[in-house]
Each structure stands twice: as C-alpha cells, then as structure tokens.
Design a protein around this ligand. Structure first.
Ligand code: ADP
Length: 258
C-alpha cells in the first residue's frame, strides 16, 4: 500500500515526481504476527481446561469399569475420544503458530526410512479398516532427519487419502531411493484436486471448496505443516492429481550416505 502525493511537472510532457511512503511489507508482517500470537494464545489457553477435562473423564471411565457400569463407561469413552480429537486440533494450531515464526526445533537423528514406513503400515492396518491400504516393499534407506516429524507427514498423507476417497478404494504407499534421494508417495483413487487448486493445498488454512467439504472435517492446516516440515529438512513436497480420478502426494528427502 502506498500513500502520498503526485507532483505534476511544471513543464508539459516532462515527468513529475511522487512523494510518499510504502508501508506494505511491515504492515503485512505485523498482521501475520498478530494472527500467530492470537492462534498461539487461544490454543494455549484452551489446552489447560481440556487437559483437566481429559483427567476427569479418565477417572469416570475407571470408576465405571470398577462398578461394571457399561452405560457410563460407553459415554465416558465417547467423551474421551472427542477430547482427544480437540487436543490433536489444538496441537495442530500451536504447530502452525510456531512453524510460521520458525520456532520449531528439529530433533535430527539417523534412522531407516523403511522402518518408518513399516511403523505407518502397522498403524494404518489397525486404524483404517475402511480402505485397502497397500504398502510396497521398501529397502533400507538411511536418512538424517526428525523421525517424529517425518512420521507426522506420512501419517497426514495417509489420513487425507482415507478422508478424501471412497470406502473400500485402494491407497498405495511406496518409498524408493533415486539419485541420492528417497521419495515417499501416497496415492489414492479419491475425489482428486483440480489444476487450479493444486498449487494452494499446501497454503495455511486452504481447503478446496466442494460439496464434500461439508462432510469432511478439517481446518486446512495439515498440509501446511507437512510443507514446513519437509522444507525445513531441505526436501521437496508436492502433489499430482486429477479431478474425479485421484491424487498422489509425495515428499523427497536427501539420503544420508555417511
Ligand atoms: P484438511 O484436510 O484438514 O482440510 P489439509 O491441509 O490436510 O487440511 O488439506 C488441505 C486441503 O487439500 C483439504 O481441505 C482438501 O481440500 C485437499 N486435499 C488434501 N488431501 C487430499 C486428497 N488426498 N484428495 C483430495 N483432496 C485433498
């Protein structure tokens, strides 16, 4: 945004001059900072009462188990699941605020990517019985990275594939090394993403507008966090997709040859 005054030249046809201030960048940065602070403070404030609630509900579950009260136990378990969902959301918001300010510290170690894919396989088999998730064999591939964060990215891709594709459809997870890099990809046979939306799905709070949106919950922060994590590792992240056919989300990281 520029504010100021245009001074016409005294002579006809000669250029005049403009004097003013350009306040765009600083103002936008301040705006971002305020937004981050707000997200950070609200998430933080919500976390404490929720932690207490989680404790009380757990107590209720224990009591109802002791007194064999199946009805109360059922209600308490449902409440606990919702509290856990809210906790996960709040952690996501806190991550967004920290990521945007570059405050996330990576805990790097050397580990085998094949092992991580195996962990995701075990987890997915237990939690996503609605889809046919196929994990392709993976060879030993050492990388130096933050294992929890890379797992977070892989799990996010798998969860999205489940969320945006019909029950019973196949999801393929593959991981292979090529040219000093390891590439992990998750492809689904879901609703797909139009060419217009593809460049934006990694933006903060971006969700593709569609009728299905009403049925899928989310805030559009998962892929933003994934992008920040991969880029902090000097890796690449991307998507190729066709509307109505399916999507392939992938990330690439340098292999550790030491
Ligand atoms: P959320 O799923 O919580 O909305 P994400 O950041 O994970 O947030 O994803 C951003 C948007 O990208 C989603 O709202 C959805 O529109 C689109 N998207 C993500 N993964 C897929 C997928 N596998 N198939 C189709 N659309 C997807």
């Amino acid at each position: 945004k520029a504010t100021g005054r245009l001074y016409p030249s005294a002579k006809e046809g000669q250029p005049g001059h403009f004097s003013g201030t350009v306040a765009d960048i600083t103002e936008r940065k301040l705006d971002e900072q305020r937004k981050n602070d707000f997200i950070g403070i609200v998430s933080h404030e919500l976390r404490s009462p929720l932690t207490s609630m989680s404790g009380y509900v757990q107590m209720l579950m224990l009591k109802s188990q002791k007194s064999n009260d199946a009805v109360i136990n059922g209600i308490a378990s449902k409440a606990k699941r919702q509290i856990d969902r809210m906790m996960a959301l709040i952690s996501g918001f806190l991550d967004v605020a920290r990521m945007s300010e570059g405050k996330i510290q990576l805990k790097r170690s050397c580990f085998d990517m094949a092992h991580l894919v195996k962990l995701a396989e075990e987890e997915s088999m237990a939690t996503h019985t609605s889809h046919q998730i196929v994990f392709h064999p993976v060879e030993y591939t050492p990388i130096e990275a933050d294992q929890d964060k890379i797992e977070q990215v892989l799990v996010n891709f798998i969860n999205n594939a489940v969320k945006y594709s019909p029950e019973g459809s196949a999801i393929n997870v593959s991981c292979y090394s090529t040219g000093g890099k390891v590439k992990v990809s998750v492809s689904d046979q879901g609703m797909g993403i139009s060419a217009k939306d593809q460049p934006h799905v990694f933006d903060r709070f971006y969700r593709v507008e569609s009728d299905n949106m009403k049925f899928t919950k989310g805030f559009g922060i998962g892929l933003y966090i994934c992008k920040e994590i991969i880029e902090r590792h000097d890796g690449k992240i991307g998507v190729s997709s066709e509307l109505g056919v399916g999507s392939e989300f992938w990330f690439e990281l340098p292999i550790d040859n030491q």
